[in-house]
Every structure is written in C-alpha cells, then in structure tokens.
Design a protein around this ligand. Sequence first.
Ligand code: MTE
Length: 319
Amino acid sequence: MLIKKPSDVRPSEITSKANYLNRRDFIRAGTGIGGSILASSALGAVVPAKRREMLPDLSASPFSTDEQPNSYEDITTYNNYYEFGTGKDDPYENAQDFEPRPWTIAVEGHAEKIGTFDFDDFIKPFDLEERIYRMRCVEAWSMVIPWVGIPLADVVKYLAPTSKAKYVAFETLFDPSRMPGQKRRALDWPYREGLTIAEATNPLPILAVGLYGEVMPNQNGAPIRLVVPWKYGFKGIKGIVRMRFTDRQPQTSWNMAQPREYGFYATVNPNVDHPRWSQARERRIGAGIFASKQPTLMFNGYGEEVAHLYKGLDLRRNF
Ligand code: MTE
C-alpha cells in the first residue's frame, strides 16, 4: 500500500461532535428529513458536493465511541479507493460523477435467501443506526468516523446462511467505464474481502450507507460498504455488489497482492509490525502536523467485544 509523507497531509480542522450535532439539526431544520441539500459554507461544510442528502432519523448506538469525530472534509478527501486512483485525493477528485444507481447486490452460496436484490430493497428491512467508530488503516494513520449503517449480523441472520456457510465473501463492482482506476491493474479486480461467519455475526460490523447523517459519498464507498472497526481499514470493502456464503476461506485482495504483508484476519495489533513499518503507533488525521503519534490499541480498542473470536488462533502467524 502507498504511504503519504506527512508533508502531503492536510492540516484540517476537526469538527467537534457538538458542532456536528448542531450541523445535523441545522440541516434537518432547513431541508426536512430526507430532503436534498446543496453543500454550502453556511453548513460549515468545506467540501463542495454535487448532491448531499440527509438520511432519515437514526438511532444512536452504545457501541459508538465518544472520541471526537474527524471533520467531514478529512473523511471525504483523504481516502483509499483504488478503483478511482491510488493517491489519497484521487477518490474525491475522480468519484464525483460516479452514479451509484441503479445498484444491485447479488447474494450467493450457502444461504436460504439467495438472489439479486435492488439496493433499496436490500436495506429496507433494517433500521439505520449511527456508529461512531475509530478506523485504523494498515498504513498507520487513523480517523474517527460517524458512520450510518445496518448491523451486518442482522443482514446475515436475515439471509439465513446454512450450516455449510463458514465465511461470507464480498466483492466490489467491476466496471472500468465507471471506475477509471480499474483500467490499470493496481489490484486484481474486483476488490475482494471476507469474514468468518462468527466475525460477521458479531454486533460490531456494519454495512454502512452513510456518514455524518448523510448518504454515503462516492469516495467512501457509495452506496454500501463494510465497516469492521477492530480490523485494518482495508477489510472495509467499498461499493459492494456481491455477498457469497462459502465453506472456504475466500480470497482477499490485499492478501492476494502481497501475501507476506497482508493477511485474511488483519486484526489491528500493535505488537505485530508490518514488514516495512511499525504498527505500534498511529497518526490521527486532522490532529495537525505537530501532534505526536498516538499508541495503537489491540483490536483498535474493541477487544472486549471481539477478543473471544480468536481464542486459540495465533494472530502473529494468522495476521
Ligand atoms: N474498497 C475498495 N473497493 N477499494 C479500495 O481500494 N481501500 C480500503 C478500504 N476499502 C479500498 C476499499 C482501504 S486500504 C482503506 S484504509 C479503507 O477502504 C479506507 O476507507 P475510507 O477511504 O472511507 O477512509
């Protein structure tokens, strides 16, 4: 994976949660729930957006951190999404005209409810929740992101995998005419990821459809992406078009590209260094260029909820 020099990092302001909540109230009052808005400086948003749309009322979650979320600008302009280019600002620059509709999700393999679902029908049975999670990238930077999504566990239970299903695999859209980065073989497309069924039915992972109370920006993985907060960010596959329940550990993109550097489990672990850099500390995006790196937490701080999943598994070997 590419790493940016600190001099490339934008020293942007962090939006406090209070400002964030005020901004949400302001947007609601001005546009009505679900109404479309154009981003404007009056909203405190510095990112020009063609279309920004609020999501309906969201329930809060006890799993949210009370750490200060990163600004909307940080979260939507400093991205990894190789389908739109390998630079950190490429996804923001190149994904603005992407149309995440119509969109279908194919559900395949060992489950009772298989088939191809229209995106809106796919998420309709579930309530949207806000989950404010830390995200730790394997490149040793981190953010705090107020996602909006549906618990993956609810989706998996609804799709009713059979006893043969041991894993769930995910795939991103492959369409080089819409995703210009796919014209080059930066990765073996389509982007692929996977979880064990035990991981997928843990309460923490979500299928995210928005952030900051708004519909998911293209560069963050519209219309739907995975968020698994105790794993390195590359597990959070964007632009999902396929879920497959399987009895075999699925192939995953970064493991296929560099098997000695990226594993299937990819749990955040400050004690297991990447072969080319330390994982002990992380740079919090938006903290400013003079801020010191902060210690990385085992399982990104979510050990209480997930450590039991790995009992008996040597995460130093199965990284
Ligand atoms: N999903 C797809 N399809 N393609 C990608 O290149 N990059 C991953 C992950 N999901 C990626 C992807 C990596 S390396 C990270 S760190 C996160 O997305 C970044 O998510 P963000 O840009 O929303 O912060």
